[in-house]
Design a protein around this ligand. Structure first.
Ligand code: GLV
Ligand code: MG
Length: 364
């Protein structure tokens, strides 16, 4: 086992010191772009203004003959555009692929100072993170990168799910995790061709009525991703890193997408992927805390500034635990209000520049 005293030391001479607290900025949606498309390179700054995180995708959905163009397009977009406060990420190819070494070498060498996070697909265990961790340190040292690049793992193999806690704590670079329901379904041999969301074959059914055994019975579709998502949220929260939902493939089913995102938000996810501009709007709506909840939470915190004792507010019992729930809600609202004046007004919050740093305590 690695000596815990060494955890905060860089893994290569000249690499930046690891950060021990995950930087947390607005992260409601990771918007996927294919920079092998020249139009995307030209429009990147405009799209960045609408999203919290912009991601240059190099892996699945980028065909083999466009892998290099996608990498070069991302590098060009990062060099020529100003993304303001929007984070820039890339999803590199999987670790067994013939492209990943060049992905990492070229991205860190060319735009290492612009990249916030590298998303690593198909992570199976801590050993995958250790490999990327050391390699990033070497590349950062070589390129003179001043700030360490984070690692975000996609949880999308059965083995990854079994090892999720070890993955979450494998390195101080670990920034967070997303669910990858398409690859995970294939890895588990689940019988679905969908990308995320519910499934009409995964249901519960009322008991039969003894007096009318043949009468129709109510059924309800269930969420086949609930178990994995909840496990992932616990692994992330206990490690102080950020959980995200993943892709929702049926772009036209906006109601289904919203329901799946909302379930993830309630369980503790900070954001999700958006594969289409319409999903940016859905994610913004869902992952910004509801106005009535924020106003109630503010009322609780104002009424009980130290969070102690037991109180009744609007007929609801409040104690230390509910006070902490309210803090989670208000601190997130404060951070988002800094970015979005409409939200600031709805939440009745003044923007004084304190939100972002306060919100870090959401990670505990
Ligand atoms: C995402 O990468 C997925 O496999 O769902
Ligand atoms: Mg995948």
């Amino acid at each position: 086992m690695r000596n815990p005293r060494d955890f905060a030391k860089p893994l290569a001479i000249g690499a930046p010191d690891p950060v021990l607290e995950v930087p947390f900025r607005p992260s409601r949606m990771i918007h996927f772009l294919d920079f092998s498309n020249e139009k995307m390179v030209a429009k990147a700054a405009d799209i960045a203004a609408k999203a919290d995180i912009l991601l240059g995708n190099l892996e699945d959905a980028i065909s083999v003959d466009r892998k290099q163009a996608a990498r070069e397009g991302l590098i060009r977009a990062a060099k020529q555009s100003d993304f303001g406060e929007t984070q820039l990420w890339s999803r590199v190819n999987s670790l067994e692929s013939p492209w990943v070494l060049d992905d990492l070498t070229e991205l860190v060498g060319e735009i290492g100072d612009r990249l916030d996070v590298i998303m690593v697909p198909k992570v199976e265990g801590a050993w995958d993170i250790h490999y990327v961790d050391r390699l990033l340190a070497q590349l950062e040292a070589k390129a003179g990168v001043a700030r360490p690049i984070g690692i975000h793992a996609i949880l999308e193999t059965a083995q990854g799910v079994v090892n999720v806690e070890q993955i979450a704590t494998a390195s101080p670079r670990m920034q967070g995790m997303s669910l990858g329901p398409a690859d995970l379904a294939a890895s588990r041999r689940m019988k679905t061709t969908r990308v995320g969301g519910g499934h009409p074959g995964y249901q519960v059914i009322d008991d039969p009525d003894p007096d009318q055994p043949d009468a129709p019975r109510r059924t309800a579709q269930q969420d086949p991703w609930h178990y994995t998502l909840a496990r992932m949220v616990d692994a992330c929260a206990s490690a102080g890193i950020l959980p995200f939902y993943g892709p929702f493939g049926d772009i036209k089913d906006t109601a289904g997408c919203e329901a799946q995102f909302r379930a993830a938000f309630l369980l503790g996810c900070v954001g999700t992927w958006s594969l289409h501009p319409a999903q940016i709007e859905i994610a913004k709506k869902v992952f910004s805390p509801p106005v009535d909840e924020v106003l109630f939470a503010k009322k609780v915190i104002e009424a009980i500034p130290d969070g102690r004792g037991v109180h009744m507010i609007d007929g609801k019992m409040q104690d230390d635990a509910t006070w902490k729930q309210c803090k989670v809600m208000v601190e997130l609202a404060e951070m988002l209000a800094e970015k979005d004046p409409e939200l600031a007004e709805a939440y009745e919050l003044s923007t004084n520049g304190s939100g972002a740093s306060d919100a870090r305590s959401e990670l505990g």
